[in-house]
Design a protein. Structure first.
Length: 173
């Protein structure tokens, strides 16, 4: 989706560059507060007193395992079946997802993450399968609320229109 939105932005706003950057989940709210990003695709909930949020979709959780792991024989697996496995992120929450996937690839445990993160950090030596019994991950578009009485920046309004599927000919812009 971000690529589609970026292409639409480029077509409609050729003189206004749009830079897409990766933000770790643990840093998403702070990146917005520090103005390192104007808007952010966020996982989970954000403080609605501070941020606007457009819910976009919910992501299926998957388990990432080494390619030879028995889980790869299944189309999906229940989380209860993974109870005896060493969950890298649960045991080491300070790790980033790429670090956790690297640890899994080395044969040290498993990791449960949203499917898009498993795809983003896919390697030849790991596989992933959907996990049942785990709540899906909400994904939304967040940005700081402006000061009371102030409107959102016009560029933010334009991007919201793109995300919501408004065409360039829409009366809302």
């Amino acid at each position: 989706m971000p690529g589609k939105w970026e292409r639409a932005w480029r077509e409609r706003m050729p003189r206004r560059p749009l830079e897409l950057v990766t933000v770790e989940v643990a840093d998403q709210e702070q990146a917005l507060r520090d103005a390192r990003v104007d808007m952010c695709l966020v996982r989970g909930e954000v403080d609605r007193e501070v941020f606007h949020l457009i819910p976009l979709y919910r992501e299926v959780p998957v388990v990432v395992v080494p390619v030879e792991h028995p889980v790869t024989a299944y189309d999906e697996i229940d989380v209860a079946e993974l109870a005896d496995e060493y969950d890298v992120l649960r045991e080491h929450p300070e790790l980033t997802v790429p670090q956790a996937v690297e640890t899994v690839a080395a044969g040290t445990g498993i990791v449960v993450v949203p499917m898009s993160l498993a795809r983003l950090h896919h390697r030849k030596d790991v596989a992933h399968r959907p996990v049942t019994g785990v709540e899906e991950s909400p994904v939304g578009l967040a940005w700081l609320r402006p000061a009371p009485g102030e409107p959102d920046h016009p560029d933010i309004e334009a991007f919201i229109g793109i995300v919501r599927g408004r065409t360039a000919r829409s009366s809302r812009g």
